[in-house]
Write a protein of this length. Sequence first.
Length: 131
Amino acid sequence: KKMALDVTIKGLLPNGLRSGISFDDDGYYWFMHPWFETLAEQTGKYIDLYGGAEFSPIEFQRLRSIAAEVRQQVLNRSETWQVTTGWQTHPEKKEILREVNRKDFLKLLDDFETLMDKASSAGKSIECIGD
């Protein structure tokens, strides 16, 4: 099974559906990973494919600034590009690359911002649940 990280509004299940976005072990997650590492250094909360983190509305500004910085980087990229998502070590050391699409990435960032807006309005936290 592929690793997934669900980012949802805590305790809010509109129409019985999970509201939120998902990251997979893919180029979108790994492109954002340096920002997630900085966030972890600053807050002790790591947006991780394997773990969990929760952000209260007061912390959304930090998440919004990450989304804004990532958006700037994405806007400066070509239509599609390759992101390193890991390394193959055997039989030879080789970079594992995955393609990302600028339009899809911008949509993901829009959905992330919308999620924060909804959570903020409801006074709810955002939950990041990795598996």
